[in-house]
Each structure stands twice: as structure tokens, then as C-alpha cells.
Design a protein around this ligand. Structure first.
Ligand code: GRF
Length: 217
């Protein structure tokens, strides 16, 4: 078996996407292994999922640093110490500086619960319902300095139902997130997706697993 890409996941809370990434990386044919989980909050439930899976964890609280640079220096040092190649943001509630984003350019992934570039930012599902759109979804993308911006790796479409609440919609989108993120990480880690002209390419053809994310379309 080829060496797996040592990957880190940065979280702030629940960690359900982290769980999906851990589960996928346990498959014998996975190209990525989750080698480190960093949380900026000591009470993040996701830390327990990581510990149960025997994954190294670190709590690096932004509150203990005087500057964003000092906070990010410590995160960066932890990533280097663990020889991390890919970094997944999964509900990490801190905006990273252009320096950090550039340092990890094309190796830093994020998941957002909408079909980007629509509905960037917080309170996504409330705004989706207010806009009356019929479809929403989730996006895994490479991170750029602008929030919720960057080359898109994978998206899954989710219908909005007439009786949806924020909670019911969030739950349906979250289930899609759990399918989407492992596929995106696998495509990058395996070298089957890469960046050309600031867009993600998958060898000129759609990767079948990307098509399978949206079977109706
Ligand atoms: C997800 O909805 C993700 O899209 C957003 O934050 C949430 C994190 O959920 N960025 P979890 O911690 O992975 O359960």
C-alpha cells in the first residue's frame, strides 16, 4: 500500500464531519489517514471522537494568544510536527489569516453548508429558507483568503422542502456533507484532483464519485 497522506482536521465543536472523515480513512483503500485533530475549544465534542479512534489531539485555544499570528504559528508548528500534508477545516469557527491560507495553499480544505458561491457566511439555512430557493447543498473547496471562497472540489445538491425548518434542512444538508467531504479528501489525497488556473481538475473527466453525489442530475 502506498503511503497515505497524513491529514489533520481542525474543529471547534460537534465534529460530525470529522467522524465521517475518520470512518472513510479507516477503509483499506483510503489515500488519506487522519493523523491529528486540532480544536480551538477544549469542550469540542469532536475531540472525543478522535480520542476514541486513537488519533492524536491538540487543543490550541485562540484565547490564550495575544495575536492571530501567534495562534496560527502554534497550529502550523503542530501540523509540521505531525508531518501533515492536507488540512481539513470541519466546523472550525476561526477565520484564518492570508498568511496561513497561503502557507497551506491547495492543501487546505473547507466544507460549507451551501452551494457556493451562493450563501457564503453564517446562518446559511435561515437565509436559504428566506430566499425561497428550491435546492441548496454543500460544498467542499480549497481555502482562499476570502471567507467561503476558493476552488470547488465537490458539491452535493439537496432539495429544500416546503415545510422545512432550519433544523430539518440542516440535518438533510449535513447528511450530504458526510458523503461529500470524504470524497473530496480522497480525490486530493490520491492525486486524482489537482488545481489548474485556480480551478480543481479531475483529469478532464468527471470523477464517478462526484457524479454519484448527485444521482438525479
Ligand atoms: C457543518 O455544517 C459545516 O458545513 C460547517 O460547520 C458545521 C460543522 O459540523 N462549516 P460538524 O462539527 O462537522 O458536525
Amino acid at each position: 500500500m502506498a503511503d497515505r497522506q497524513r491529514s489533520a482536521v481542525l474543529i471547534s465543536g460537534r465534529g460530525s464531519n470529522l467522524q465521517a472523515l475518520i470512518a472513510a480513512s479507516a477503509r483499506p483503500d483510503a489515500s488519506a489517514t487522519i493523523a491529528l485533530v486540532i480544536s480551538n475549544r477544549a469542550d469540542a465534542a469532536g475531540l472525543d471522537h478522535a480520542r476514541q479512534a486513537g488519533i492524536a489531539t491538540q487543543v490550541i485555544s485562540h484565547r490564550t494568544f495575544a495575536t492571530q499570528t501567534a495562534f496560527e504559528d502554534v497550529i502550523n508548528a503542530a501540523l509540521q510536527e505531525h508531518r501533515i500534508g492536507l488540512v481539513c477545516l470541519a466546523g472550525f469557527m476561526r477565520v484564518l489569516s492570508p498568511w496561513f491560507v497561503e502557507r497551506w495553499r491547495d492543501r487546505l480544505l473547507n466544507i460549507h453548508p451551501s452551494l457556493l458561491p451562493a450563501f457564503r457566511g453564517l446562518d446559511t439555512h435561515r437565509r436559504v429558507l428566506a430566499a425561497g430557493v428550491r435546492f441548496t447543498g454543500c460544498t467542499v473547496h480549497l481555502v482562499r483568503a476570502e471567507v467561503d471562497d476558493g476552488p470547488i472540489i465537490a458539491q452535493a445538491v439537496v432539495p429544500v422542502r416546503h415545510d422545512d425548518t432550519e433544523d430539518s434542512l440542516a440535518a438533510r444538508v449535513l447528511a450530504a456533507e458526510h458523503r461529500c467531504y470524504p470524497i473530496a479528501l480522497e480525490l486530493l489525497a490520491s492525486g486524482r484532483a489537482w488545481v489548474i488556473d485556480d480551478q480543481v481538475s479531475t483529469a478532464g473527466t468527471e470523477a464517478p464519485e462526484l457524479m454519484a453525489l448527485n444521482p438525479v442530475i
